[in-house]
Write a protein that binds this ligand. Structure first.
Ligand code: OAD
Length: 242
């Protein structure tokens, strides 16, 4: 790895970082998109047509999330945020809360959060561990039928894109961890940060669709490659001091 002190790190994570915690990814063997048709559970049209089915899909995933725990890769990124003297921003496509449970604080959930629900009638967003149904009243406006998972579906705009874009323009190290590089706009972040002059590193089980655009690659399970990479970054600071 380039032994350099970075001032501004942006980290993009995907389903691969949570795989070893027991959350299936989307596109790997046995992944969610093998069991469910994306068009039937992850689009606004699907929710309009069959809200009970879509709610059930997210109720189930919410319930599963409560049973799993963060892994060594999540903890390593939280440690990096705590100990690295430069700016560290975590942008995740994951809807799980494992980064937060591991201690990450500066985090953008660009695809939303499984443990949040939004009322489409009044706009209220709230945290919940409970199941939601079309008959569940909104805790703010009391109306029924407006609640939906606070996640981004295909055809919807990811959250906080402007803030992400600004950080990509300014960062000098971009890390992509456990993401297949197939879903835009996240798949395009490496191009943006690279053009802005950042050193780009891919940490993944195997080369992603965007692998050629990265300067450096580390392949292996996230629980191994992420803590190892974080240690190298933190050690380079100690070496600089001596
Ligand atoms: P994918 O399922 O597309 O890709 C998972 C990536 O993680 C693959 O590149 C795997 O090689 C890698 N991987 C699997 N196990 C790993 C491990 N133990 N350690 C390291 N890497 C591992 O998931 P995402 O790229 O996150 O969007 O998918 C992007 C978006 O597509 C999701 O946010 C979701 C989905 O449809 C929406 O629902 C809007």
């Amino acid at each position: 790895m380039m032994r350099r002190k970075f001032k501004h790190i942006v980290i993009l994570t995907g389903a691969g970082i949570s795989a070893e915690s027991g959350i299936p990814t989307f596109r790997d063997k046995g992944g969610l998109w093998e069991k469910f048709r994306l068009e039937e559970v992850a689009t606004p049209e699907a929710f309009q047509k069959n809200p009970d089915f879509v709610n059930e899909f997210y109720n189930l995933r919410r319930k599963e999330l409560l049973k799993v725990r963060p892994n060594a890769a999540h903890y390593a990124l939280a440690k990096l945020e705590r100990e690295y003297p430069g700016k560290v921003l975590l942008v995740t496509q994951n809807v799980d809360d494992l980064h937060e449970r591991a201690g990450s604080r500066k985090i953008i959930h660009m695809h939303g959060e499984l443990l949040k629900v939004r009322c489409e009638k009044c706009g209220y967003v709230f945290k919940t561990h409970e199941e939601i149904f079309t008959t569940t009243p909104c805790p703010a406006c009391r109306q029924k039928g407006g609640l939906r998972p606070h996640v981004v579906w295909f055809g919807e705009m990811p959250f906080q894109l402007e803030e992400i874009w600004e950080n990509l323009q300014k960062c000098d190290l971009f890390l992509a961890i456990g993401t297949s590089g197939t879903v835009y706009p996240a798949a395009g972040f490496v191009e943006i940060s690279r053009q802005a002059g950042a050193w780009c590193v891919e940490l993944n089980l195997k080369p992603s669709a965007m692998a050629d655009l990265f300067h450096e690659h580390h392949y292996g399970p996230a629980t191994q490659v992420v803590p190892a990479f974080v240690e190298v970054l933190l050690e380079s600071l100690v070496k600089d001091k001596n």
